[in-house]
Structure formats: structure tokens, C-alpha cells
Design a protein around this ligand. Structure first.
Ligand code: NAP
Ligand code: GDD
Length: 351
């Protein structure tokens, strides 16, 4: 039985990837950070919470990383944890640099110093491309020009991964993933924010939607398909970098239009442009050329923009209807790690 360690197990991608690896009979370990209100709602909503071996630790802490690696003895490490919200990186640039950038070196150093054969996946991002590519479909050879502290931190992680690959022969692959969304996307990201507000408007619970730059264009794909690409990268015969995208780009305004189409309404009645959501710098447009992944990994996106909008708004309406009928949201129910799936790694007790 192969084992995999996922950092960022409580996030969108961590949850979908865990589900995928469990379906392939992996033993899955997940690093989570202890917070005062546990947030395992994604693992619960995918019905995999009881199947994950949870390890408590913080990525800013080298001991946590060594501990997690010791406890899981992983064939594969998927390093997904990050401060992943671009807007927040302008507010907390140094904290973002620590966790989103430097923690990659901590993981790679651990693999190097512990002389492990573990393969490593690094969660790179299309944000690294930054500016000046208005109409180009971006590929692995295009130049990076980051426009946020988040993107700069991610670019550091990307280059340090290449250095450990070339310099120390560590199998580390970077996915350059373009935006990917789902029903379990974080609420602060624009797609989920819109889907949620549209659902509430349709049920009479809300009458405004506040947004920032609605002219920005993004290449939006469906998250469950993107975690498949991560796994394929580590199954491939050599470590490399791959763009994962749909090769389509749409404005935030289009997302808004299609979301309101779903409820047969017009966004102009509800939209307020709000400066609080306008960033000091914002990547104007992103579109990715995934042909290398298609040729070498046999990976292609299936779910396209309009369907993603439908899936997300549809799910949000279902959730709010349930709530109005007296059901709780899954994230209203704190679920502390229980003795069955919490590895005893506290105070140096490993395994
Ligand atoms: P996400 O939902 O925001 O999840 C981020 C995860 O990182 C969460 O589990 C979070 O834990 C964890 N984390 C943050 N700081 C940590 C710390 N100090 N110690 C331990 N864990 C910490 O992000 P996602 O959408 O799943 O994305 C996964 C990765 O892919 C991220 O690195 C992101 O930057 C990158 N990426 C995402 C996209 C996208 O469109 N989704 C595109 C390109 C790249 P908590 O739950 O405790 O906060
Ligand atoms: N979040 C948010 N909220 N974004 C808004 C809003 C708003 O109210 N109004 C307009 N936008 C615009 C942002 O300015 C940006 O241009 C676009 O919507 C998408 O914003 P996000 O959904 O926050 O995603 P992102 O593109 O900044 O970053 C996501 O994708 C990256 C890959 O390109 C994140 O998942 C990153 O972690 C990921 O690396």
C-alpha cells in the first residue's frame, strides 16, 4: 500500500486529492494546523474524514514537518498548504512569504536531509505569470512577472523546487495550475462569493452583491479534475513542470452574468462596485495552454466554464434551502479529531 502525505488537507484541493488517493487505495496522511474551531467540513462533506490519518502541525515549524514525514513515511508528498488568498497577501506579505514561500524549502530540506525517496508535488500557480499577457495562452516557457506578494512567494517556491530537482536529484514536480473552483471552494474567492450571494438573492435573503475588479479575466477549471493532474505528475517517469488549465478565459463579469442567468435575473439590479475589494495590483488576464500536460500526462479538462457556474450556483441554492428547512451547514458543526484518526505525534511521540 502506497502512502501519501498531503499538506493543506483541510483546503479545497487537499480534500479532493485525498478522496482521489483513497480511491486508489493509498494510505493518506494529512497535515492540519490546530485552530480553536476545527475546520474539517470539506473532509466531512466528501465523506472521507474518518479515512484520513490526521497529523497536527504548522508549516512554519520545521519540527512539525519532520514529525509529519516521520509519522507518514510517504511515497508521495503533496505540498498544497499555503496562504492562498491573493488579496490577503497584500495585507500580510511577510506571513505569506513564510508559509507560502519558505515552507517549501523546509519540506525539501527535510526530504534531502532525511535522504528520502519521496516524490514531491509543489503547488505552483498561474499568478506567477503576472502582467503583460493580455491575449496569450501561457505555457511552461513563458516568463514570470508576479504582481502580488502571494505570487512572489509562490515563484520562490517554484524556483527552489527546480534547484532541489537539478541540484540534489529530488523528484519534485511543479503544477502551474490556473484557477480551479468547486462547491467546496473557500468563500472569499470570487466564484464562490458570487455563487453564494446569487443563491441568497434568489431566496430573498440578500439584495446586494459587492465586488471589486469585474473586468479581470481568469481561466477557470473544475478542481476535482485538477487534483488528478497533480497525481499524474508524480506517476510520470520524470519530474517536470506542467501547466494545468482549460485554455479559455472569462471575465468576472461573465461569471456574474451566467450566475444570474441561472436564477433568471439581472446582476445590474444588485451589483455595487466596492473599492474594498480592489487590489493594489491585479493580474488583468490569465489563459493557459495545457498541451504539454495533454501530450505527456494524458490530462485534459472536462468541465467547462458555464457548467462550473451552474454546478456552483446550483449547490449553493441547495445548501441555503436546506438551511431554511432547519438543517445545519456542515461547517457549523465543529468536529474535533478523534482518537481513531489522530496520529499520536504530540510531544515527540511518533507513530
Ligand atoms: P485553500 O483551500 O486555501 O487551502 C490552503 C490550505 O493550506 C488549508 O488547508 C490551510 O489550512 C493550509 N495552511 C495555511 N497555512 C498553513 C500553515 N501555516 N500550516 C499548515 N497548514 C496551513 O487552497 P486550495 O485552493 O486548496 O489550493 C491548494 C494549493 O494550490 C495552495 O498552495 C494554492 O496556493 C495553490 N493554488 C490554488 C489554485 C486554485 O485556483 N485553487 C490555483 C493555483 C495554485 P486551514 O484550513 O487551517 O486554513
Ligand atoms: N476574491 C475576490 N473578491 N475577487 C474579486 C472580487 C471580490 O469581491 N471582485 C473582483 N475580483 C477579482 C479579483 O480582483 C481577481 O482579479 C479575480 O476576481 C479572481 O479573484 P480570486 O477568486 O480571489 O482568485 P485569484 O485569481 O486572485 O487567485 C486564485 O487563483 C490563483 C491561480 O491563478 C487563488 O486560488 C490563488 O491561490 C491561485 O494561485
Amino acid at each position: 500500500m502506497k502512502s501519501a502525505l498531503i499538506t493543506g488537507i483541510t483546503g479545497q484541493d487537499g480534500a479532493y486529492l485525498a478522496k482521489l488517493l483513497l480511491s486508489e487505495n493509498y494510505k493518506v496522511y494529512g497535515l492540519y494546523r490546530r485552530i480553536s474551531t476545527p475546520n474539517f467540513w470539506r473532509l466531512q462533506s466528501l465523506d472521507i474524514y474518518d479515512k484520513i490519518n490526521l497529523i497536527s502541525g504548522d508549516l512554519n515549524d520545521m519540527s512539525s514537518i519532520i514529525n509529519a514525514i516521520n509519522a507518514s513515511n510517504p511515497d508521495e508528498i503533496y505540498h498544497l498548504a499555503a496562504q492562498s488568498f491573493v488579496e490577503a497577501s497584500f495585507e500580510s506579505p511577510l506571513a505569506t512569504a513564510e508559509v507560502t514561500g519558505l515552507s517549501t524549502t523546509r519540506i525539501l530540506e527535510a526530504v534531502k536531509l532525511m535522504k528520502l525517496d519521496s516524490k514531491v508535488y509543489y503547488a505552483g500557480t498561474s499568478e506567477m505569470y503576472g502582467s503583460s499577457y493580455l491575449n496569450k495562452s501561457l505555457n511552461e516557457s513563458d516568463v514570470f512577472q508576479p504582481m502580488s506578494p502571494y505570487a512572489a512567494a509562490k515563484l520562490y517556491g517554484y524556483w527552489i523546487s527546480r534547484i532541489y530537482r537539478d541540484g540534489y536529484n529530488i523528484f519534485v514536480s511543479s503544477g502551474i495550475l490556473f484557477n480551479h473552483e468547486s462547491e467546496i471552494r473557500g468563500m472569499e474567492f470570487v466564484t464562490r462569493k458570487i455563487a453564494n450571494q446569487v443563491a441568497k438573492i434568489s431566496l430573498g435573503l440578500e439584495n446586494k452583491i459587492y465586488l471589486g475588479n469585474i473586468e479581470a479575466k481568469r481561466d477557470w477549471g473544475y478542481a476535482p479534475e485538477y487534483v488528478e493532474a497533480m497525481h499524474k505528475m508524480l506517476e510520470y517517469n520524470k519530474p517536470d513542470d506542467f501547466v494545468i488549465a482549460t485554455d479559455e478565459t472569462h471575465t468576472v463579469k461573465e461569471f456574474l452574468e451566467y450566475a444570474f442567468d441561472y436564477i433568471n435575473d439581472d446582476y445590474n439590479k444588485y451589483l455595487e462596485i466596492d473599492k474594498r475589494f480592489v487590489r493594489p495590483l491585479d493580474v488583468p488576464a490569465l489563459k493557459g495552454d495545457y498541451s504539454k500536460a495533454k501530450e505527456e500526462l494524458n490530462w485534459s479538462p472536462k468541465t467547462r466554464f458555464k457548467d462550473i457556474v451552474k454546478i456552483m450556483v446550483g449547490e449553493e441554492i441547495k445548501r441555503w434551502k436546506k438551511y431554511l428547512n432547519g438543517d445545519q451547514f456542515p461547517w457549523d458543526v465543529p468536529n474535533y479529531p478523534n482518537e481513531n484518526n489522530l496520529l499520536k505525534t504530540y510531544r515527540g511521540h511518533v507513530k
